[in-house]
Each structure stands twice: as structure tokens, then as C-alpha cells.
Design a protein around this ligand. Structure first.
Ligand code: FMN
Length: 97
């Protein structure tokens, strides 16, 4: 039994990738037996661009309202310029502060 869901997604054309939308849709049926109902969630978007997946983050929230998924409002989580944060081996490129 899953207690909560953390959605971490890139942005496709200012929305979520179709594979994520498909997972939401499949899990929502049969009607009345949705696996998503009342499951707490939070969203993190990541993008190579500076807008940081803002469009996907908020478009996803629209579907989560319909699915009765209570979603964390604050803090918002947007990771921009993600390509500069990890190298091709997924090793962190973040500088120590
Ligand atoms: C069809 C498509 C649409 C995309 N649209 C956006 C976009 O709207 N905003 C953005 O920041 N990045 C966009 N990107 C870039 C993705 O953020 C980037 O390719 C990311 O690494 C995708 O991860 P994936 O290949 O693991 O799905 C898009 C990429 C693809 C393939």
C-alpha cells in the first residue's frame, strides 16, 4: 500500500509527458476504484531551461484536482538548468557553498 506519491517530471510542450498522463488515466479507472483517490502528493519539475517546468508543474495540478489527490502547495519545487547540475554520468556538478 502506497502512502503518498512524489511526482518528479520533465516538461513536454508546457505539459506533462504522455506516459505520466497515461499512468494517471489508467490508475483512475474503473470509475469509483481509482488508485489515486485521497493519496497525498507533491510535485517536482526539472528542465534544462530557465522556466524550470513551470507549465508541467501547474498542468499536472489540474489533473490532480480531478483525481482528488491532495497536493502540497508550499514549498513549490522547480529545478531549472538541470543539465548544468549533473554530468553525463549523473554525477552532481553542484558547487559546495
Ligand atoms: C517532445 C518534447 C517536448 C519538450 N518540451 C519542453 C518544454 O515545454 N519545456 C521544457 O523545459 N523542456 C521541454 N523539453 C525538453 C525536456 O525537458 C528534456 O528533453 C528532458 O530531458 C526530457 O527528459 P526525458 O528525455 O527523460 O523525457 C521537451 C522535450 C521533448 C522530447
Amino acid at each position: 500500500m502506497i502512502d503518498a506519491v512524489l511526482f518528479v517530471t520533465p516538461e513536454y510542450n508546457r505539459s506533462v509527458p504522455a506516459v505520466l498522463k497515461n499512468a494517471l488515466d489508467i490508475g483512475s479507472r474503473p470509475y469509483g476504484q481509482s488508485v489515486w483517490d485521497k493519496k497525498p502528493a507533491a510535485i517536482v519539475t526539472a528542465s534544462p531551461g530557465g522556466i524550470s517546468g513551470f507549465g508541467a508543474n501547474h498542468h499536472l495540478r489540474q489533473s490532480l484536482v480531478c483525481l482528488n489527490i491532495p497536493t502540497l502547495q508550499q514549498p513549490e519545487a522547480y529545478i531549472g538548468h538541470v543539465n548544468s547540475l549533473i554530468d553525463e554520468n549523473e554525477k552532481s556538478q553542484m558547487k559546495e557553498l
